[in-house]
Design a protein around this ligand. Structure first.
Ligand code: HSE
Length: 431
């Protein structure tokens, strides 16, 4: 059987999963493909750590460039992560016309325009299935299965670490720091967990989904990003009392005014399917004009699920090479020219938790400030007995413009009846 040489850059958590997957399922994979992917080089700066998976032969090196340049290597698999060495190595491979498989959402979200242009110029494919959704083949679904659809919206839980933290905080009342440590130990979190909890990892993935959906790279600075760092346990409890769960959502949707791409901790109605996505699981809900609503669900992080998708991409690359069918890395340009919506113009509902004096006329002043900015109140919740001078009051609003909320909250937070900054979370009940 024809063999396809694979060069692996990065022998960390996912890299070791790929090596293990090839050992365990390589024969079956080859039988299904008709070509055999064979690992011919592995590069990592750390040559000493035992990853628990043996390599065949003396193929581990700390010289990644030698792996890329090795004439036996026909497909380069980049699992280093980040935007430093990974970027130059990916470009080096593409320059030589070698197809690249990568799980590096950070690199593609920041430098996708440059890298995709190089791939197209060199007629080398770039496969990035494992960069979004871990084990869920969502990239392939958007790229292939839904190719005939205009994509109206995507609502997604894309960060396993954040979803794991939110789930455990809600179910067991555990602290944020405690659960974050567990997520790191389980290998879900990024090397820099700030990328997870500050929402950037979700934003990188959202940019890639938007790229596939709308055919143009959305610059990271056009994405409104909020993470879950500092999310108060009281907000999780209040949300539950009001019939919602808090999820870190990526929201990508198209309207007549343009495309909105954002990442927010959001209140999702408890009966909504996305509210029941727990732990490290991810889910992506895509609405296409022909297909209607579709849902993709699975493990969004971790060694084996991510390695599963990397191997799927290796198989795709090997099949295309075996069939001598290079495929352009470019995506549909059907939506080019669509504008990115400005954050202030986006309409949403909000959950507001105010810290207020428990005195006559206080609520009237808050209602006045919201009303002056055109924001209508849907419900108000204040629990008894009040414990201190200032009491938490939760206001749930109807839809209003972001800039109207910003103006109302500036007014409210400077009032003498307010004991601290108002916590605000979006409500996403239209998914
Ligand atoms: N740190 C990421 C997560 C890994 O928690 O989802 C998968 O991209």
């Amino acid at each position: 059987m024809k063999e396809i040489g694979i060069g692996l850059l990065g022998f960390g958590t996912v890299g070791a999963g790929v090596v293990d997957g090839l050992r365990r399922n390589g024969e079956m994979l080859a039988a299904r493909l008709g070509v055999k992917p064979v690992l011919v080089g592995v590069a990592d700066l750390d040559l000493d750590t035992d990853r628990g998976v043996p390599l065949d032969g003396d193929i581990l090196t700390d010289n990644a460039e030698s792996v890329v340049d090795d004439p036996r290597v026909q497909v380069v698999v980049e699992l280093i992560g980040g935007t430093g060495a990974a970027k130059s190595l990916v470009k080096r491979a593409l320059d030589q016309g070698k197809p690249v498989v990568t799980a590096n959402k950070h690199l593609l979200a920041e430098h996708g325009a440059e890298i995709f242009a190089l791939a197209a110029k060199k007629e080398a494919d770039i496969y990035f299935g494992a960069s979004v959704g871990g084990g869920i083949p969502i990239i392939r679904a958007l790229r292939d299965g839904l190719i005939a659809n205009h994509i109206d919206s995507i609502y997604a839980i894309l960060n396993g670490t954040c979803n794991y933290i939110l789930t455990r905080m809600e179910a067991e009342g555990l602290s944020f720091d405690h659960v974050l440590k567990e997520a790191q130990e389980a290998g879900y979190a990024e090397a820099d967990p700030g990328l997870d909890i500050d929402g950037l990892d979700t934003a990188h993935k959202a940019v890639l989904l938007a790229y596939l959906a709308y055919g143009f790279p959305v610059p990271m600075d056009a994405v409104h990003v909020e993470g879950i760092r500092g999310l108060a346990e009281t907000d999780i409890e209040y949300a539950r009392d009001l019939g919602y769960r808090i999820k870190l959502l990526a929201v990508i949707r198209r309207s007549e005014d343009g495309v909105e791409v954002g990442v927010h901790p959001s209140l999702v109605p408890a009966e909504h399917v996305l509210a029941s996505v727990s732990g490290v699981y991810n889910a992506v809900m895509v609405y296409g004009d022909m297909v209607g609503q579709t849902l993709y669900y699975g493990r969004g992080a971790g060694r084996e699920p991510t390695a599963s998708t990397v191997l799927g991409d290796i198989a795709d690359a090997a099949r295309n090479l075996g069939a001598d069918l290079p495929r352009s890395a470019s995506v549909s340009s059907s939506s080019r020219g669509v504008e990115i919506r400005k954050a202030g113009e986006i309409e949403t509902r909000y959950y507001l938790r105010l810290s207020l004096l428990d005195k006559p006329g206080v609520l009237a002043r808050i209602a006045g400030a919201l009303g002056e900015n055109g924001i209508s109140i849907a419900s108000v919740l204040q629990k008894e007995p009040a414990k201190g001078e200032y009491v938490p009051v939760v206001v749930v609003t109807h839809r209003g413009h972001e800039k109207a909320f910003a103006s109302a909250l500036e007014q409210i937070d400077s009032m003498d009846i307010v004991g601290g900054p108002t916590a605000r979370l979006r409500i996403e009940d239209q998914a």
